[in-house]
Structure formats: structure tokens, C-alpha cells
Design a protein around this ligand. Structure first.
Ligand code: C2E
Ligand code: MG
Ligand code: MG
Length: 578
């Protein structure tokens, strides 16, 4: 009896353990969010477990029911799924596939495992079914992101480089040409700044869609960044020739782009072309060469197509070298000021001096400001350089004013970037105060380029400076847009007629007519006129005769070092030119 009791207790205990285990497994199946099919080949049992109901509205009770699963998936996935569901038929131990469902378009992953006896008979099989729809979508998105640009649907830069590299490889084998066209929308910044980036984005998007449309066999396009696109054409010819593609683009941009917020935008584009094998041999180099050409196009007036030529690269490399040298020069302050005297045409007395910067580089080579000032303006170092120029010139003037005891005008060139600084007016006034220099003895030279970008803001600053008593002079007149009518509006005291006029004034009667008109206009507006670059006596006589007020040029004095200028000053104010 005891023995029976003992057996019963044991059975009870075992049952309880089993029940607990079952509970544990079903709990595990529940949380896995997956479904299982278990098949025992020994006792022909087929059971479904886990979250089966979340996947299917039928049960699988025998191997014949597997076909019901096959009915649910897309036709293309059936053969592979069959191989997985019946993997024991191939003697496989595991297999896996992803299938898309016909009805919901969701994705299921099927993983099957079989255990075999030593002599190769299947014992049991487990099929694990998992919903992978989310992962699939994410994967597709990732794939898309890896190859495409989200805004335009064109290829992205990386993938474009890969495809272009393939083009080049084939072209190398087949002796073919690959053209790369770098396309940049002109004045895109104005769209972005003026109308907002949403409008800018839409313009880029529409232009991108257009490029996608014109691409076909052996032609690919990508959106690089902002308003920059790249096209590559394998073996260009006929309608796929660079010129034909350019014409198609020109044709498109003639018509406006209609922005959803109601604006109509008409743009122009600049295109730089570089070709394999002539310009470069790798994808990135080709793209860089084409981009350099676009930079050049932009400088030459935009809305053009231009091909790469080796000097473009050479100039570019030189400018990089210059830029690096300039950075070091700014750091070491390798600059000096020279001063070129200006004389009244009538009595030939000293009117003032123009402060001109000089840079002797590490190899003791003189580099002209006409070369390095534009570079400094581009990389922003003009701010540091310009500040130094102002302080150095005014400090120097203060010392000379004290030493020689008479006033003259210190004329200082100011670049557009300096004017744009919020603190520009304050810093000039601060330096004048620091060295106790009278505002009327200082003149700031501006060029028309200062006024182009933001006339309103510059105008306000000029007015403040003039009200303070500082003189303003318009430099290089005749080289910019030079409209005589806008002169009236400018708060200036002096106008400097550019050297290019003086150069031809004795040989070209048209130049004489214009020069005389300018001088008359300047007089009627009450400004002072200065002729720049006067080298010949004849030029001086003529300019004097037509009423030009001041003469500056090699004829009466080159730019001089401070020591040299002191000799001139020591003979002033009676310093007449013989
Ligand atoms: P700019 O302001 O028009 O200066 C006049 C230029 O003409 C100077 O060239 C001067 O040396 C040159 N020049 C004067 N008379 C004659 C002449 O009779 N014959 C010839 N062939 N040239 C003459 P420089 O010093 O090489 O300066 C070139 C330009 O660089 C200046 O043109 C000015 O735009 C800029 N620059 C010079 N110094 C500074 C500076 O301190 N700051 C800024 N922002 N720009 C400067
Ligand atoms: Mg000047
Ligand atoms: Mg000038």
C-alpha cells in the first residue's frame, strides 16, 4: 500500500512538474511574438504553438495542411517556401526564407530545423515563423538611403561615384569616353535667402526630377548637395552628347518652375564638363575638375557651359598654395604699409596719401595686393588684415601729423566684407579716438562692389561715418556698373577715376568724352575727382585742363615706404612737384 502511495505521489509530483514546464513553455511562446509548427515523424503528430492565431486563421494538424500556408504567399516565393517547409525531403537540417503575404503584403520569415536519426531518418521538425514586416521596411529604407538622395530621388553622391567608377572601368577597356557634367543653379543663395529654404528645396527637387527624366541608358545623375548636381554620360554622342544635354537643360530652365506656395521661378544654370580620359582618370577627380570649371563659369558671368582645361587646375592649385601662404602671413603679420602721394592738379601741393598694403612672402617675393586681397576676401582673412591696415595707417598718420605739424588726408582702402561687419563703424571711430586723429583727415575708399550686395545697410553705415566727419571716396570708378545716375544717391566726397580710363585717355577719343562727362558730373554733384595711375605729363596736362582736382600716379610719386614718404613730407606743405 505504501508503495502505491509512493508511486501516486511521484506521479502527482511529475505531473505538476510537467504542468509547470508546459506553462513555462507556453509563456515563452507567448512573449516571442512568433508561431511554431512542431512535427514528429515518429508518431505523425503535427502541432501549432506560440502566437499562431496572430498569423493564421487555420490550424496545421497534418503535413497536408502545409499547402494552406503556401496558398497565402506571393507566387514568386512559393518554391522557396516549399523547400523550407519540407526541408527533410532534401535531407537538410535547417533552412530559412522570407515570404511576402498576398493579402496584407506583410512579410513572414520561416526558419525550419530537422533532427535526424543516425541512419538519416527525420525524427522531428520545428518551423519557426516570425513577422519581419517592420524590419523589411526599415531595410528597404536603409537600402534606399544608401543609394538615393531623399529630396530628389536621384542617386546620392556615394552611389554615383561607384557607378561612375564602373563607367570609367568599362571605358578603359573599350577605349571610350565618359563625360561628367557638374550642374549648379545660378544665384541659388538668393532663392534660399530671399524666399526661404522650403522654396529652395522645392526648386532643387523639381530640377532633380527633371534630370531624372532625361537620364536613360548609359547616363546617370546625382544630387550632390544644395543646388549642385552631377551627370555622367558613358560614351556620349547624338542626343546623349554633352552639347545636346546642355541644350535640353537650357530649354527646360527657360520655362519657370512653379513652386507650390505660388511663386514662379526662372533660373539659369552653369555647367562644368570634365571628360575621361582627358581631364582625369578617376571618378572623384573628374567630378572635382568639373566642379572647378563651374567655379570659373560663375566668375565669368554664369549661365554658361565650359569644358575643363589643365590651366584651370593649375590656377586652382596655385590659389590653394597662395591661400595657405596667406594664412601664415596673417599669423606672422608679414605685411607692411606703403603710401602713395596724391597732389592737387592746380597747385601741385600734397593733398594726401593712399595707404597700400604690401606683402613680402617667405621667399622675399613681393605679392601684389591685387592678387592676394581677393583671396583674403574669399577666405575671410581680410577682416584681420583690414583691421591691421586701418590701425597701422592711422597710427602712422598720427605720428606724422605730430612730427610734421600739418594735416593731410590718409586714404584707406576698405573691402566689402569689412563694411558688412556689425562693429565696423565703432571700430573705425574707436581707432580715431585712440590716436587722436580728426575724422576729416581720414578717407575710406570703397568700391562699387560694396554697394551691390546690400546697398541699404552699407548706405546707412556710410551716412553715419560721413556725419561723423570721415571722408568717403568711391574707388576704381568706371570698372563696376558705373551708372552716373546712381552717383547722386551716394553719400561720398571723392570719386577716383580708374587707371584704365587714364591709360587710354590720350589715345582714344571716346574715353576722353566719357572722362570729361564724369568730371563734369562730379563737379556738379560737388564731389572731388582723383585721377588714378597718371604716368605721363601729357595725361596730367589734359586732366588738369578738363578740371580734374587731384592726381595720383607714378608720374608724381610711386607708393613709398614710410621712410621714403617722410622725405616727401619734410618738403611739404610746399612740396610741389617741379
Ligand atoms: P587701388 O585702391 O585702386 O590702388 C591703386 C593701385 O594702382 C595701387 O596698386 C597702386 O600702386 C597702383 N598705381 C598707382 N599709380 C599707378 C601708376 O601710375 N601706374 C601703375 N601701373 N599703377 C599705379 P596696388 O598697391 O598694387 O594695389 C592694388 C589694389 O589692391 C588696390 O587698388 C586696392 O584695390 C587693393 N589694396 C591695396 N591695399 C589695400 C588695403 O590695404 N586694403 C584693401 N582692402 N585693399 C587694398
Ligand atoms: Mg584705392
Ligand atoms: Mg583704384
Amino acid at each position: 500500500m505504501n508503495e502505491l502511495h509512493y508511486q501516486l505521489d511521484l506521479l502527482k509530483a511529475m505531473n505538476q512538474k510537467l504542468a509547470e514546464k508546459e506553462k513555462m513553455y507556453s509563456r515563452i511562446f507567448e512573449v516571442t511574438e512568433s508561431a511554431f509548427i512542431y512535427q514528429s515523424f515518429e508518431n505523425e503528430l503535427v502541432a501549432t504553438l506560440g502566437q499562431w492565431n496572430k498569423f493564421f486563421d487555420f490550424k496545421v494538424r497534418e503535413s497536408g495542411d502545409f499547402s494552406r500556408i503556401l496558398d497565402l504567399v506571393e507566387e514568386a516565393h512559393v518554391p522557396e517556401l516549399k523547400n523550407v517547409l519540407f526541408l527533410e525531403r532534401q535531407g537538410e537540417t535547417s533552412a530559412q526564407t522570407d515570404c511576402q503575404l498576398k493579402a496584407t503584403k506583410g512579410w513572414l520569415q520561416f526558419r525550419a530545423f530537422v533532427i535526424y536519426t543516425n541512419d538519416g531518418k527525420p525524427v522531428n521538425k520545428v518551423i519557426y515563423i516570425l513577422n519581419v514586416t517592420k524590419a523589411k521596411i526599415q531595410n528597404e529604407e536603409l537600402n534606399y538611403m544608401a543609394y538615393y538622395d531623399g529630396l530628389t530621388g536621384l542617386f546620392n553622391r556615394n552611389y554615383f561615384v561607384r557607378l561612375l567608377t564602373e563607367y570609367i572601368k568599362t571605358a578603359r577597356e573599350k577605349n571610350a569616353v565618359v563625360s561628367v557634367m557638374f550642374i549648379d543653379i545660378d544665384d541659388f543663395r538668393k532663392v534660399n535667402d530671399g524666399l526661404g529654404i522650403m522654396v529652395g528645396d522645392e526648386l532643387v527637387q523639381q530640377f532633380g526630377f527633371f534630370l531624372k527624366e532625361i537620364c536613360g541608358d548609359d547616363m546617370i545623375a546625382c544630387h550632390l548637395h544644395s543646388d549642385a548636381f552631377c551627370l555622367a554620360v558613358y560614351d556620349p554622342s547624338g542626343v546623349r552628347s554633352v552639347d545636346a544635354i546642355y541644350r535640353t537643360i537650357q530649354q527646360r530652365v527657360k520655362d519657370p518652375f512653379y513652386i507650390s506656395s505660388g511663386q514662379e521661378l526662372t533660373v539659369t544654370v552653369s555647367v562644368g564638363v570634365a571628360e575621361y580620359p582627358e581631364a582625369a582618370e578617376s571618378a572623384l577627380e573628374l567630378m572635382n575638375c568639373a566642379e572647378l570649371v563651374v567655379f570659373k563659369c560663375k566668375k565669368q558671368g554664369k549661365n554658361v557651359l565650359q569644358y575643363f582645361a589643365p590651366p584651370i587646375l593649375e590656377n586652382f592649385l596655385n590659389s590653394i598654395e597662395l591661400e595657405n601662404k596667406l594664412k601664415r602671413a596673417v599669423y606672422n603679420n608679414d605685411f607692411h604699409m606703403f603710401y602713395q602721394p596724391q597732389y592737387y592738379a592746380g597747385n601741385r601741393r600734397l593733398r594726401g596719401v593712399e595707404a597700400l598694403i604690401r606683402w613680402k612672402d617667405e621667399d622675399a617675393q613681393m605679392i601684389s595686393p591685387a592678387t592676394f586681397i581677393p583671396v583674403a576676401e574669399k577666405n575671410g582673412s581680410i577682416i584681420t588684415i583690414g583691421k591691421w591696415v586701418v590701425e597701422e595707417s592711422i597710427k602712422q598718420y598720427a605720428a606724422w601729423r605730430k612730427q610734421f605739424g600739418f594735416p593731410f588726408i590718409m586714404s584707406i582702402n576698405i573691402s566689402a566684407l569689412q563694411y558688412k561687419r556689425e562693429d565696423f563703424v565703432d571700430s573705425i571711430v574707436g581707432i580715431l579716438n585712440q590716436y587722436h586723429v580728426k575724422p576729416a583727415e581720414v578717407e575710406l575708399e570703397i568700391t562699387e562692389s560694396v554697394l551691390i550686395d546690400d546697398f541699404g545697410a552699407v548706405y546707412e553705415k556710410l551716412k553715419i561715418l560721413r556725419n561723423y566727419g570721415i571722408r568717403i571716396s568711391l574707388d576704381d570708378f568706371g570698372t563696376g556698373f558705373s551708372s552716373l545716375s546712381y552717383l547722386k544717391k551716394l553719400p561720398i566726397d571723392t570719386l577716383k577715376i580708374d587707371k584704365s580710363f587714364i591709360d587710354t585717355v590720350m589715345t582714344d577719343s571716346a574715353t576722353r568724352v566719357i572722362t570729361e562727362a564724369i568730371i563734369n558730373m562730379v563737379k556738379s554733384l560737388g564731389f572731388e575727382s582723383i585721377a588714378e595711375g597718371v604716368e605721363e605729363e601729357q595725361q596730367y596736362n589734359y586732366l588738369h585742363a578738363i578740371g580734374c582736382d587731384v592726381i595720383q600716379g607714378y608720374l608724381f610719386g610711386k607708393p613709398l615706404s614710410p621712410e621714403e614718404l617722410e622725405t616727401v613730407l619734410s618738403e611739404s606743405p610746399a612740396a610741389k612737384i617741379s
